[in-house]
Ligand binder design. Structure first.
Ligand SMILES: Nc1nc2c(ncn2[C@@H]2O[C@H](COP(=O)(O)OP(=O)(O)O)[C@@H](O)[C@H]2O)c(=O)[nH]1
Ligand SMILES: [Mg+2]
Length: 359
């Protein structure tokens, strides 16, 4: 299981790990998870040819049996050697509510690896040092810290965009707050140090139980401070074909500008655009850095299906209005048709784990 805050780079790393193991001749099964339906991550990983099961509608701990069923379904055709699961980025207490129950109830069927947590540097430095604007309220920051606290392995991600100084500051902050943690610095996107991480993830000696107290009131309130918004958008050219990458990135930029203007901190906004053959993905993960195109299609097309997944520090209604307004103004500016459907807009409910085994 690879956890970590929204936008930490879990899906990117998982796709690299899946390729790594596939190249070694191993069969890989992936499981994605979210509070909502219609996930960019699922489509993104499937578009790379991986076998992906999805647990939508609530987190793994509240849908523990769906996680097991999904993992079992992955093995119906061909038993996977390794299953990698990505929990919701606003989730914590996974050791007590997912990993331990998995070991105790299904220990004979699955050997459960260490809980790896990716540290998102964009919010991590502010939250762990407690200096500057946190970006989120202390309650959401509580979740961020709890994710690190329960990890068997903390992987400080995105090393490629950090200076040596910033990296060692993050290592120092983690070691100071959570003494004795196994910490590694990686770039999931570039592949730096991923071999080292793989070595750690395969070490059964690291798959030990960690115990921690969690205040479920703070956890629930912290999670509920994030607005969730998903929708599909049918993009159609009015005249000439459009550049898919440009539409996907411009939509994220438009929404990002409006969020920043309203002082709403993004946790993760992602948009995927798919034509029949190609896909593009753009992301926005922190207010003070611009959005980026993380997968380019390099095609022009007449029509594409877009998926929007936004998790932002504001109420769902304001978030929905911003996405709708942004799509409308972009359609006018680029002279294309953008038709929204399948809107889901809500804040996550209180986490109610099926099992909790702690100490
Ligand atoms: N610079 C850099 N960006 C990364 C890295 N890993 C992921 N990202 C970017 O971070 C954003 C969020 O990544 P994603 O894997 O979707 O995060 P998730 O929400 O944790 O699954 C995307 O724009 C990625 O391209 C990395 O190692 N370095
Ligand atoms: Mg993801």
């Amino acid at each position: 299981m690879i956890g970590g805050f929204l936008g930490a780079g879990k899906t990117t790393l998982i796709s690299r790990l899946a390729r790594h193991y596939t190249d070694l001749g191993k069969k890989i099964g992936l499981v994605t998870n979210d509070q909502a339906y219609g996930l960019v991550d699922t489509e993104h990983l499937r578009s790379q040819g991986f076998d992906v099961g999805e647990v939508p509608g609530a987190c793994f701990c509240c849908k523990f049996n769906d996680l097991v069923e999904t993992a079992e379904k992955l093995s119906e055709d061909a038993l996977p050697d390794i299953i990698i699961a990505e929990p919701v980025g606003s989730c914590t207490d996974l050791m007590a509510t997912v990993i331990e129950p998995m070991k105790q109830i299904y220990g004979e069927r699955f050997e459960v690896g260490p809980l790896t947590v990716l540290l998102k540097p964009e919010h991590g430095r502010k939250i762990l040092s407690g200096t500057g604007k946190l970006g989120f309220s202390p309650k959401a920051a509580y979740i961020f810290e709890k994710q690190i606290e329960e990890a068997n392995i903390v992987a400080i991600n995105k090393a490629d965009k950090l200076t040596e100084e910033q990296l060692s500051e993050l290592v120092r902050l983690v070691e100071k707050k959570f003494p004795g943690k196994t910490v590694v610095t990686i770039s999931g996107r570039e592949g730096t140090n991923v071999d080292r991480l793989v070595g750690l993830m395969e070490d059964p000696a690291l798959a030990v139980r960690t115990t921690m107290d969690v205040d479920y009131d703070i956890y629930a309130e912290g999670e509920a401070e994030l607005g969730w918004f998903n929708c599909q958008i049918a993009a159609k050219s009015v005249g000439e074909k459009f550049e898919l990458d440009r539409v996907v990135l411009s939509l994220v930029e438009e929404i990002a500008n409006n969020l920043v203007a309203a002082d709403f901190e993004p946790a993760h906004l992602k948009v995927m655009g798919q034509s029949v053959t190609e896909s593009a993905v753009a992301n926005f993960v922190v207010a003070d850095e611009p959005p980026e195109l993380s997968l380019s299609s390099e095609i022009r097309t007449d029509a594409a299906d877009l998926i929007v997944n936004a998790r932002v520090g504001t109420d769902p209604r304001s978030l929905q209005l911003i996405v709708q307004k942004s799509a409308e103004s972009l359609a006018g500016r680029l002279d294309i048709g953008l038709e929204l459907s399948g809107i889901q807009s809500f804040k996550p409910g209180r986490p109610e784990p099926i099992y909790r085994i702690n100490g």
